[in-house]
Design a protein around this ligand. Structure first.
Ligand SMILES: NC(=O)c1ccc[n+]([C@@H]2O[C@H](COP(=O)([O-])OP(=O)(O)OC[C@H]3O[C@@H](n4cnc5c(N)ncnc54)[C@H](OP(=O)(O)O)[C@@H]3O)[C@@H](O)[C@H]2O)c1
Length: 352
């Protein structure tokens, strides 16, 4: 049995989904005990409303709601899940590390690579665990998919199409929304474009981080005249071994239901999900288009539990880095994001 005491920073959208998975885990027979000790929130009232579960499903513990400052000093927290918009990650990670807390930080880890390097250096110096919460990588469907590809289910993979797009009805949102506000490093690339890039890293390269197979990147972002951020982007990655990834993301239109299509010499794979970041369902088709295999994750989890369990394993075993998303893979993806922004002249205040 592995016990991990969590602090949740930010009582918003993604934190609530993360916590729901931990609570569902706690209601089941599992070897992981994820105890939610504290919610760090800008408003105590909002934080209280965020706790929509009873202590029975949290091993008898009712989490406390604290100001951010008190949260950082709370010694009952082993690891902090940071679920706030990207621009806040840097300061919040620094505060967590300086107060001796391990960190699981939402993607994108930071706004640019240079900030990410600074945080990783500090974590190393403090001898604390830190990981970017790229939950997609941890789904059982991904392990199964990789196994099938390695077994030659579609022959030699040549081309990947991957998309994460949804119609956010951008014009109806206030300009201070994190989808639109430049000051919050808004834009499709950092918020959702990171997922198609992640699929290309998972499906077209078996190596990670500094060992990666070499590739070139070319991209187009359409910069919105009012918001001055990208709501529509297309990226092509060409790996040294010739494989192509055609990657798209948008907040203006809904994407295809088969959001991943990996094409090989003997067939292809399609992935389906209500949320392309959540890798739950795929099918394999032979060269004639006949379905030959299907995998569905019917666990009932949103999927955050898979990364949470992996973090628990690492911390319980004294590891400071996760092997599924090692720190230099985070830096590699941050480097791709920096490159694409440079290619399209998208500069945020954090870059200056
Ligand atoms: N893994 C995924 O699939 C996934 C999905 C969505 C988002 N994300 C990532 O998760 C992060 C948060 O996204 P979200 O949709 O959960 O955001 P959100 O609900 O808009 O905000 C989360 C929390 O951040 C704080 N916050 C928001 N806007 C703020 C502002 N202008 N000033 C100060 N604090 C602010 C608030 O904390 P308080 O509660 O303390 O007020 C809020 O509750 C982002 O980095 C995003 O990229 C990941």
């Amino acid at each position: 049995m592995i016990i991990l005491n969590w602090g949740i920073l930010g009582a918003g959208n993604i934190s609530s989904q993360f916590v729901n998975d931990l609570i569902l885990n706690n209601k089941r027979e599992t070897e992981y005990k994820h105890v939610i000790r504290s919610i760090g929130c800008s408003s105590i009232e909002k934080g209280e409303k965020f706790i929509n579960f009873d202590s029975d499903s949290n091993y008898g513990v009712t989490p406390i709601v604290e100001t951010y400052d008190n949260f950082y000093k709370n010694d009952n927290i082993d690891v902090v899940y940071i679920g706030t918009p990207h621009t806040f990650h840097k300061e919040q990670v620094i505060n967590c590390l300086n107060n001796n807390k391990h960190v699981l930080c939402e993607k994108p880890f930071t706004v640019n690579k240079s900030d990410a390097e600074e945080l990783l250096r500090l974590a190393k110096e403090k001898k604390l665990f830190i990981m970017e919460a790229v939950w997609t990588r941890f789904f059982p469907a991904i392990a199964e998919l990789k196994k099938k590809i390695a077994e030659g289910a579609i022959g030699k993979p040549y081309r990947l199409f991957a998309d994460l797009s949804y119609n956010a009805n951008v014009e109806s949102l206030p300009t201070y929304s994190r989808v639109r506000d430049r000051r919050l490093a808004a834009g499709a690339l950092l918020d959702i474009g990171i997922y198609p890039i992640t699929y290309s890293r998972i499906l077209l390269d078996d190596k990670l981080g500094k060992d990666h197979t070499k590739f070139d990147v070319k991209s187009f972002l359409t910069i919105d005249e009012t918001d001055q951020v990208d709501h529509l982007g297309s990226i092509i990655i060409k790996y040294q071994d010739g494989k192509h990834a055609v990657l798209t993301s948008s907040e203006l239109i809904n994407g295809p239901s088969a959001y991943v299509r990996l094409e090989g010499s003997k067939g292809h794979i399609e992935m389906y999900s209500d949320n392309p970041a959540a890798a739950r369902h795929f099918k394999i088709f032979d060269i004639n288009g006949k379905e030959i295999y299907e995998f569905k994750d019917d666990s009932g989890y949103k999927g955050f539990i898979y990364e949470a369990n992996s973090v628990a394993d690492d911390i319980a075993n004294g590891r400071l880095e996760n092997s599924i998303i090692p720190q230099d893979e985070t830096l590699l993806v941050m480097d791709i994001l920096d490159h694409i922004r440079k290619e399209n002249n998208l500069v945020y205040d954090q870059d200056k």
